[in-house]
Design a protein around this ligand. Structure first.
Ligand code: PLP
Length: 369
């Protein structure tokens, strides 16, 4: 039986990567912000339309160190419908996550519920651009300005996404991206923080290198989170193909939409106004009452056909074993509901039409109405 995985990492032609890394055998410069790092940094400034970017070992460290660089204290308002990393980044900084529900339209933070959660301890908001859907950046900015809060976007899903023509790298104080193997653009493992204020850039540069500021001065308790030259070289190659890959993802997504559009109980991801998407995921939401089977059942059925789907995100982070005994929050009904009923279907640029068709036929034939 042919297996279909939920994703397939994008890699350049082998000779392209070999060409890109070959001068490393002359320079012996493997890490610590060498020429590949610097070149990728410049190219990403152009691609993401930002003046300020630091590259990291992964998206998680870009988030964790951005929170540290901003010198936050107390509470951070965020959502639990996200990957472990978002909540962990807050907690690992000694900060308290305060969970706000998501809205049922695009699964990003429900801006109408943020103000009720603000206390004198709140120092920041950490919203997530889920599946590349863009948060209500204008509403978030209004609240942040009113209460003098920092905003750090988890933009890990939103590489290349634009809202009203503006790259998601340009919202908030910092926007953090993941370049993990499974993402639209990858550096094998990697990440970036794009920031508004240049002082934050110096802090981030220090923090990702143990807090070392100069040859004899260590100014902060930093980590080791520098992107190495081989990862940067992979990024240089993948960046050349990213537009073509986003276009292929778009075509696969459109084919899915066509085949799934009238199945009772299957809700597709919203197409947001004013947003240029990156087609990073293809989530579907199953309404058990209208479809006739629960999400978990259809996941099992798909796996018997060798089709690997993902409950993404499930469970919500507040329900993780490491949090459930000490973090509490009311009113997370939408987050729980979406998390209990979502499936991310396979999506990658080279996913064959016949495979999409097979997946959709299984979903259609299992509908009980
Ligand atoms: C929403 C979200 N936040 C954070 C991360 C962490 O990124 P990374 O895996 O590059 O550390 C990821 C991806 O894995 C993610 O999807």
């Amino acid at each position: 039986m042919k297996k279909i995985f939920v994703t397939k990492a994008t890699i350049p032609p082998l000779n392209e990567y070999v060409d890109e890394i070959s001068d490393i055998w002359e320079t012996h410069w493997l890490t610590n912000m060498g020429s590949k790092y610097k070149k990728l940094q410049e190219e990403l400034k152009l691609y993401l339309d930002t003046d300020n970017i630091e590259l990291f070992t992964n998206g998680h460290m870009s988030l964790e160190l951005s929170l540290q660089a901003l010198g936050l204290k107390g509470e951070v308002i965020t959502t639990p419908f996200t990957f472990a990393s978002t909540t962990h980044a807050i907690v690992r900084n000694g900060l308290t996550p305060v969970f706000c529900d998501i809205n049922p339209d695009d699964y990003t933070i429900d801006v109408s519920k943020i103000e009720a959660l603000i206390t004198e301890k709140t120092s920041a908001i950490l919203p997530v651009h889920v599946y590349g859907n863009v948060c209500d950046v204008e509403g978030i900015e209004r609240i942040a300005d009113k209460y003098n809060l920092k905003v750090i976007y988890d933009a890990c899903h939103s590489f290349g996404v634009k809202y009203k023509g503006v790259s998601t790298a340009n919202f908030g104080d910092v926007s953090c991206f993941s370049f993990h193997a499974t993402k639209v653009f990858n550096t094998i493992e990697g990440g970036a923080a794009c920031f508004r204020n240049k002082e934050i850039g110096q802090k981030l540069a220090d923090l990702k290198n143990f807090g070392i500021h100069g040859p004899e001065s260590v100014e902060a308790v930093g980590a080791n989170a520098k992107m190495n030259e081989f990862c940067a070289a992979m990024g240089l190659c993948n960046l050349r193909h990213v537009d073509e890959n986003i276009l292929l993802r778009k075509e696969v997504s459109e084919y899915y939409r066509e085949l799934l559009k009238d199945i009772p109980g299957i809700k597709l991801n919203i197409i947001q106004n004013d947003v240029v998407s990156n087609y990073s995921y293809f989530p579907i939401f199953i309404n058990k009452d209208k479809y006739g089977k629960h999400r978990d059942i259809i996941c099992e059925i798909l796996s018997t056909y060798g089709i690997n789907v993902r409950k993404y995100f499930y469970p919500i982070t507040i329900d993780f074993d490491c949090y459930k005994d000490w973090l509490q929050a009311d009113g997370l009904d939408v987050s729980r509901d979406v998390s209990n009923n979502v499936i991310a279907l396979p999506l990658y640029p080279t996913l064959a039409r016949e495979d999409v068709k097979r997946i959709c036929e299984i979903i259609r034939k299992n509908c009980q109405f």
